[in-house]
Design a protein around this ligand. Structure first.
Ligand SMILES: C[S@@+](CC[C@H](N)C(=O)[O-])C[C@H]1O[C@@H](n2cnc3c(N)ncnc32)[C@H](O)[C@@H]1O
Length: 348
């Protein structure tokens, strides 16, 4: 994409989120609205977030990671800070949340309420900071290599004119064993150029939606050949003009998790068996990794080598016992077909 076209996209997006929209009531479609109710444990945390922050929430999912106590979390395109303030409660006073956004109007709402939330959560000092930067260049926000436990993002990466750069920055800043956990709009085919440039299609998170297999390729190119889907829904657009423009393109709202751990491009069987200990506060009975892995407490679950690494090379390690190693290969792990609702590349 030419620099000129990228600059225009950036300016159009800033204008949309800084000036065109004043609250989420102004959205034309449901693309930037979550399709599902937030998880039960998150609902009381949302109630603690200031109304002015909530009314400028434009996210499309709930990329709010469990087992995050004490973690440093980076929120790309944090907007007015709703997720940042929910995460502030989830990581506790010793954790740290960094929100990054490029739009002054959004950052201003986020920053105005730092003290209010600190008091509300009963913290002696705030664990949240907001930085103005482009998500394509996190060095300008002074985000160091291997410094972040979890990167989250809620309906933002579709808006970037240079998604390869965003993913490579994410990989750079994640610690080994760190996780990218994000919600976004994806498309069932590549978006034609005129729609990519249309200000409303773009601003409503549709024009820049990534074709799901191009996303898989991009992630593979930065060193993450397997990712997991934790939620996926086909979207309805609810606006006749936009529906007409979109034509036959299917859009999906998806929440994805991808780990910076050693992975293979398909699931391989080394005979690993995983046992969940039931020790994550919100899930005493079962832990859900993705749309096809639910670990009941204490129950043995055969897993592929990739899943074993997602559980034993990450912050989940202390919550699992994994039997087995990589010394003997038993062939490919039996995989489910990849579909829009089960889009992991490797999909055991
Ligand atoms: C759809 S809103 C989502 C905001 C927030 N995540 C939420 O859930 O409310 C998109 C946000 O991403 C920001 N954004 C878009 N492209 C960006 C970029 N290239 N760099 C930094 N911020 C960006 C916009 O300024 C806007 O605040």
């Amino acid at each position: 994409m030419s620099d000129q076209k990228s600059d225009q996209i950036i300016e159009d997006v800033k204008d949309y989120y800084g000036k065109v929209l004043t609250t989420n009531e102004d959205l034309k479609t449901s693309a930037c609205c979550p399709l599902d109710a937030p998880p039960e444990h998150v609902r009381p945390l949302i109630k603690n977030v200031h109304e002015a922050v909530q009314e400028k929430f434009y996210g499309c999912g709930s990329p709010l990671p469990l087992a995050a106590e004490g973690c440093t979390i980076l929120d790309l395109g944090c907007g007015s800070g709703r997720d940042a303030y929910i995460l502030s409660q989830m990581v506790g006073e010793n954790g740290h949340i960094i929100g990054v956004d490029m739009t002054d109007e959004q950052l201003s709402v986020a920053r105005q309420h730092i003290g209010w939330h600190m008091d509300k959560f009963g913290y002696k000092k705030s664990n949240v900071e907001f930085k103005k930067a482009y998500i394509e260049d996190l060095k300008t926000a002074d985000i160091k290599d291997n410094s972040i436990d979890i990167v989250i993002s809620n309906c933002v990466i579709n808006l970037s004119p240079d998604k390869e750069k965003v993913f490579s920055e994410i990989y750079r800043v994640l610690k080994p064993g760190g996780e990218l956990y994000f919600s976004d709009v994806f498309a069932g085919r590549r978006i034609p150029e005129p729609l990519q440039k249309d200000k409303i299609m773009l601003g409503e998170c549709l024009g820049g939606a990534l074709y799901i297999d191009d996303f898989r390729r991009m992630l593979g190119a930065i060193g993450i050949p397997d990712y997991r889907v934790s939620a996926s829904r086909k979207m309805t657009l609810d606006d006749p003009v936009i529906e007409k423009m979109a034509g036959m393109i299917d859009f999906y709202s998806m929440t994805i998790r991808a780990f910076k751990v050693p992975l293979e491009d398909i699931c391989e069987n080394y005979g690993h068996v995983a046992y969940y200990k039931g020790t994550i506060d919100q899930c005493p009975h079962a832990f859900t990794l993705d749309d096809h892995h639910i670990f009941n407490t204490g129950m043995p679950v055969p897993v592929c080598g990739n899943t074993a690494n997602m559980l034993q090379e990450t912050r989940f390690k202390k919550h699992f016992r994994i039997n087995g190693d990589f010394s003997t290969h038993y062939g490919p792990f039996d995989c489910a077909p990849s579909t829009p609702t089960n889009q992991g590349n490797a999909c055991c």
